[in-house]
Ligand binder design. Sequence first.
Ligand code: DHB
Ligand code: FE
Length: 279
Amino acid sequence: MAHIVGGIATSHVPAIGRATAQKLQGDAYWKPFFDGFPPVRRWIDSVRPDVAVVFYNDHGLNFFLDKMPTFAIGAAPCYTNADEGWGIPQVPAIAGEQALSWHIIESLIGEEFDLTTCQEMNVDHAVTLPMALLWPDQNWPVKIVPVCINTVQFPLPSAKRCFALGEAVGRAIRSWGSHQRVLLLGSGGLSHQLDGERAGFINKSFDLAFMESLVHDPRWATQFDTTQLVEKTGTQGVELLMWLAMRAALGDKVERVHSNYHIPISNTATGLLVLSSPA
Ligand code: DHB
Ligand code: FE
């Protein structure tokens, strides 16, 4: 059976793509953010994943307001990067692990999760920036299965439902008849609001409490409804749902390997968390 090696959650601010292209990693503004990643890459080298299941939110590239699935999953041979308007350099296409995609689809629809299945799918900065932070040479050593959660058009799925989705994805991965080693990624957050009266809103104490909860009390955030999450984290801060689904897929016991938190990058409080699953 497949083995989940652990999970990584990170923010995906588009400006990271520009800073990478312009090699600004050592600049005073960027260093506290990029310095979070070398320990993560060393950990990845030690756990040797074959596949990454990526919980992310599309920002209007592959799905627009006219057709917005609550939960969607890729089952494509390959995921091309396109730019939904942030002007950041594109990355090479990423191969899909179709066998795992279809196993998760069978398993989740069997458990009565009504997923949208996508045999063609473009991916935006929410997939490509975490990938490029983990593998800066962009010579991807893993295939991926993207799992997309709507945080763009209301009504959004609740934190409780995203947790249940993550748990079901974790069960599906563990029941996959393959010896592959699976890494989980959660892309988004932490607190940020890009527009409106509260543009620039950040909530450090909530972010840190949320990060801590993922280690010791993973259901903590499921007590909040969507309105409360927007109040506490900003309209785009609800992207923390990706972290929650990723954590739920890891199962009961995890160990914290590494974390980082830095304010701000652009309008966002950036967080980074690496959790390992016991063998
Ligand atoms: C920013 C953050 C995001 O999560 C995003 O998708 C786009 C922009 C920002 O802070 O600039
Ligand atoms: Fe985003």
